[in-house]
Write a new protein. Structure first.
Length: 187
């Protein structure tokens, strides 16, 4: 139902974001082809993703933990494959990638506290309570990073929901990381 746009079919206001995606990834990912339909959605996602991965107080792997937690929670086949590839490129430990893909605890206690906090925010729609926040802080994170989690989750809301609406096809580089939510696989 959605068009996969490129420079020849996208609205003019999406062209800078198409160029940015090509520069970042070396090709135009299908997610960006779909998002190009709405220049506002494309700009919002591009801006939030850049903020999540470059401006938060997280290491690149920590940011990916939050993004992957959302991908799991929102059952996003496209983003889970894409971010699994990104985590591999970042040389994240394979056990961390596997845990995130399977929705199970991460052995590293600090990364697990981050995964758990992001997951609880998603499950409770932000209403996690003071004890949950304190556990996050006790793991070595800051109040600023609690808010940074929201930046990451905001970016993922746009991409995860876009892919659910559009049934976005995996790009060739992502196919080796294809993923189905474990609850879907078990049925």
């Amino acid at each position: 139902m959605f068009t996969y746009h490129d420079e020849t079919t996208a609205p003019a206001a999406s062209l800078p974001h198409i160029a940015g995606a090509r520069a970042m990834f070396g090709f135009l990912p299908n997610l960006h082809k779909v998002l190009a339909e709405s220049p506002a959605a494309h700009e919002a996602y591009s801006t939030l993703y850049k903020l999540a991965t470059e401006k938060t107080g997280f290491t690149p792997i920590e940011a990916q933990v939050v993004l992957m937690t959302s991908n799991f929670h929102n059952r996003c086949h496209y983003c889970m494959a894409g971010h699994s590839l990104i985590m591999s490129m970042l040389k994240a430990p394979q056990d961390v990638i596997d845990a995130l893909r399977e929705g199970r605890p991460i052995a590293d206690p600090k990364l697990e506290a981050l995964r758990r906090f992001a997951s609880q925010l998603l499950e409770q729609r932000g209403h996690v309570g003071d004890d949950t926040l304190q556990a996050f802080l006790d793991a070595g994170y800051t109040r600023a990073q609690a808010l940074d989690v929201l930046v990451c989750l905001s970016a993922k809301l746009i991409s995860n929901f876009t892919n659910a609406l559009a049934h976005t096809e995996l790009d060739v580089p992502m196919k080796a990381m294809e993923w189905t939510h474990p609850h879907v696989s078990a049925v």
